[in-house]
Design a binder for this molecule. Structure first.
Ligand SMILES: [Zn+2]
Length: 517
């Protein structure tokens, strides 16, 4: 038998969870044609001493739009990622009726690339024309369904609007999308009622939901997702299940999923690997203040009575009242406070934390977006419990980036550090998963959730997406403050049989496909 390529002598983990064995993998015409001891015949990739796995599948990516800006997927390929599932959290690139509105539900939008398409099919064609280095498949984002029919209305859809949303959803699925997703915490979807969501989820084979609340009340929101999934009889994925308000609530969330599973419901969950969230400092303000123009907002921030009015507002920053969890990032407006937490900044200024926030914002009033914070929201204890759970798969929850090119100045924690973190933390440091189990979580398990049958496994007939890495060195190198650093330890990556990374270097090949259901 002749091969285009033989991956020689690595420890092969086939993605099913089976233990690794030292053997060869033969590739021809983009597929795996043999796994076993193979005669030299064709080109060779040396994998001695390395792990050989199916290419990793990122079940929770936000690269919908950024792959059009830079299709090389550099941060992903360097982590062995060969397939990204986009359209998550109700964000995505179709269907689009009003491009101005649609931008609200797209990560990384830039005026350099206007939204000139509307349907799923047209978007897929744009993506194909960009020739991404990774395979991409998409869910249908509810944020775009709502924006296309109700705009920003904060109410459930009426009968006519729901009919239209269903039509758009069906059309998108018929054009090759794999399921439906919601992001119920976001303004464009907050008005969506449970009935509406059930009616829409019923149209799809797979439903991924970023639930309505991820702080206090998170377990109730998971219960809503489970009801929706059961009533709609749909395969359900609870997106980034672990809530931001502590280990007790995350245990309640996990228990609810387990109980539903015992009742026979087809449900599982995923989680991102960062322990913090990134947002704007101005997220501390109530909506009525944020709606004000800069001059008016400055007047509000200066006015003691208005400050008192804003004090009781619960925001993603103030929730819990522990301001030591909120850290201001490096910035030009308050360079002396970069990387300091709000409790320390307030103490330094002899103020209440909220007054410090108001003062910081006042000084940056013309460039409020430059004041960014991270919120330490998740503990390692929560991470250990979630990722050790048999129903949990990791995802980036980020846009794939690159240290050079169009996305060099962007950052999205997780982009460079998710699969690599997962391996380093769960397999090497904590020893909570065996290599075979961890590979399964990154490959066969997400493939099965999505319903992809010819990827996520290394066996004859599967597509030749392959990651070859040093199991003792594979790790993230990006940090909280310097996130844009490529992961270490990934040696070779094949996408559809094409060598995309060789000896740790990109080959320049981009062989990803848009996968249509
Ligand atoms: Zn989300």
């Amino acid at each position: 038998m002749s091969f285009d390529l033989v991956v020689r002598g690595g420890t092969v983990y086939d993605g099913t969870g089976a233990e690794g064995r030292v053997t060869d993998v033969g590739v021809k015409d983009g597929s795996v044609v043999a796994v076993g001891s193979l005669e030299p015949n064709g080109r060779e990739l040396d994998a001695a001493g390395l792990a050989v796995a199916p290419g990793f599948i990122d079940i929770h990516s936000h690269s919908d739009y950024t792959l059009l800006l830079d299709p090389r997927a550099v941060s992903a390929i360097h982590q062995g990622v060969t397939t990204e599932v986009v359209g998550n959290c109700g964000f995505g690139c179709f269907p689009i009726r009003d491009p101005q509105q649609a931008r609200r539900a797209i990560y990384g939008y830039s005026d350099d690339l206007p939204l000139t398409w509307s349907s799923a099919g047209e978007y897929f064609e744009h993506l194909e024309a960009a020739r991404p280095a990774v395979n991409v498949l998409s869910l249908v984002p509810n944020g775009q369904l709502r924006l296309a029919t109700l705009g920003l209305s904060d109410r459930p859809a009426d009968e006519g609007e729901l009919r239209e949303m269903k039509l758009l959803l069906r059309e998108s699925l018929a054009e090759g999308a794999w399921g439906y997703s919601t992001g119920l915490e976001y303004a464009q979807e907050q008005g969506a009622g449970e009935e509406e969501l059930t009616a829409l989820a019923r149209e799809a084979p797979f439903y991924a939901t970023h639930t309505r609340r991820r702080d206090e009340g998170a377990a109730d929101a998971v219960a809503e997702a489970l009801r929706t999934g059961a009533d709609a009889a749909v395969r359900l994925q609870v997106s980034h299940l672990v809530p931001r308000n502590g280990v007790e609530e995350s245990r309640r969330c996990i228990e609810l999923v387990e109980a539903a599973r015992e009742r026979g419901q087809d449900v599982a969950f995923d989680m991102h690997t960062r322990t913090f969230g990134l947002t704007n400092l101005y997220a501390a303000l109530p909506a009525w203040a944020l709606a004000a123009e800069p001059t008016a907002l400055a007047a509000i921030l200066r006015n003691p009575a208005k400050r008192d009015e804003m004090r009781p507002h619960r925001s993603i920053l103030s929730a819990g009242g522990d301001w030591s969890r909120v850290v201001l990032l490096d910035n030009e407006i308050w360079p002396e406070y970069g990387r300091q937490d709000l409790a320390s900044i307030a103490a330094d200024r002899g103020q209440e934390p909220l007054d410090a926030v108001f003062d910081l914002l006042l000084a940056g009033i013309d460039e409020l977006h430059k004041l960014m914070v991270i919120i330490h929201a998740y503990s390692e204890e929560q991470q250990r419990e979630a990722f050790a759970h048999r129903l949990c798969v990791p995802g980036s929850d980020a846009t794939t980036l690159a240290p050079d090119g169009a996305l060099a100045a962007s950052f999205f924690h997780g982009a460079y550090t998710w699969a690599s973190w997962f391996w380093r933390f769960m397999v090497r440091d904590e020893r909570l998963l065996t290599p075979a189990e961890a590979v399964h979580r990154l490959t066969g398990q997400p493939a099965e959730r999505i319903g992809v049958s010819d990827r996520g496994v290394l066996r004859e007939g599967a597509r030749a997406d392959v990651a070859v890495f040093d199991p003792a060195a594979f790790a993230e190198r990006g940090t909280v403050y310097e996130p844009n650093v490529l992961a270490a330890g990934m040696r070779h990556v094949l996408v559809n049989g094409v060598t995309t990374l060789r000896d740790g270097e990109l080959t320049g090949e981009r062989a990803g496909l848009v996968l249509r259901r």
